[in-house]
Ligand binder design. Structure first.
Ligand code: KIV
Length: 272
């Protein structure tokens, strides 16, 4: 027997257990192995390899250009770093909206090739059938409704969703249908707190909020927002728990000054 006592992997059953016991839970996005290891050891149970990757790591203006290959590459890195957390791979734009066979095949690639334990899909309506096919094939699905960034062009910008009665009704119906299709959890992004409270109360599966107020069962933040690395104006909900952007810039300036003055490397950092 190994001398290392590893914690058991977080599963869809553990996530349901959080809701059943009324325990709030955190999720963070993550894009590479070293951060995955740190977050895993800090006890974050869910690591989402979000397609926000495109904006915070790859320098795109939106999540729309992100490809399957980019997502699989980063999901595999996170899977290698996380030994306890559940790793969820985000299906990129147009990898699941078209042909249903291709959607199922792409979802399977996250589990088979990238070591993910579940996939996340944005949207309701038309994709409910695809979700049903995935869950009945043994692929756990995290659903995602509200301000779904892949639809930014359809929404006409990053705008809070569910403020009109019609929108609120559609999101509520989609949530029920996705639960019925076997989704094990639901991300609610950019919706009014009251709507998130109602949906959370009406579902058996847990909701995970981002810009959806305090009533969801879990919460998620984007890694770079949470660490205060994202430059410029961030959304209202993006609470920073550190100011690493400032710290990195200060460290860069200190290093550059020391190299220019000859203070680095000193004897302590050189071989005799
Ligand atoms: O891509 C992402 O990071 C996400 C989260 C914001 C939920 O979808």
């Amino acid at each position: 027997m190994s001398v290392h006592q590893r914690n058991a992997r977080v599963t869809v059953r553990s996530v349901q257990g959080f809701k059943d016991r009324g325990e709030r839970f955190p999720m963070l996005t993550c894009y590479e192995a070293l951060s995955a290891r740190i977050l895993d050891e800090a006890g974050i149970p869910l690591l989402l390899v979000g397609d926000s990757l495109g904006m915070v790591v790859l320098g795109y203006d939106s999540t729309v250009p992100v490809t399957m290959d980019e997502m699989l590459h980063h999901t595999a890195a996170v899977s290698r770093g996380a030994s306890t957390a559940m790793v969820i791979g985000d299906m990129p734009f147009m990898s699941f909206q078209g042909d249903a066979d291709e959607a199922l095949y792409n979802a399977g690639r996250f589990l088979k090739e990238a070591g993910a334990h579940a996939v996340k899909l944005e949207g309701g309506g038309r994709i409910v059938d695809v979700v049903e096919r995935m869950t009945s094939s043994g692929i756990p699905v995290m659903a995602h409704l509200g301000l779904t960034p892949q639809s930014v062009n359809q929404f006409g910008g990053f705008r809070v969703q569910g403020r009109t009665e019609e929108q609120a009704h559609r999101i509520t119906e989609d949530a029920k249908n996705l639960e019925a299709a076997g989704a094990f959890s639901l991300v609610l992004e950019g919706v009014p707190s009251d709507l998130a409270r109602q949906i959370t109360g009406s579902l058996t599966i847990p909701t995970i909020g981002i810009g959806a107020g305090p009533h969801c069962d879990g919460q998620v933040l984007v890694y770079h927002d949470w660490l205060g690395i994202t430059p410029g104006k961030t959304p209202k909900f993006a609470k920073a728990y550190a100011q690493l952007g400032v710290a990195i810039a200060e460290a860069a300036r200190a290093y550059a000054d020391e190299v220019r003055s000859g203070a680095h490397p000193d004897e302590e950092h050189s071989y005799s």
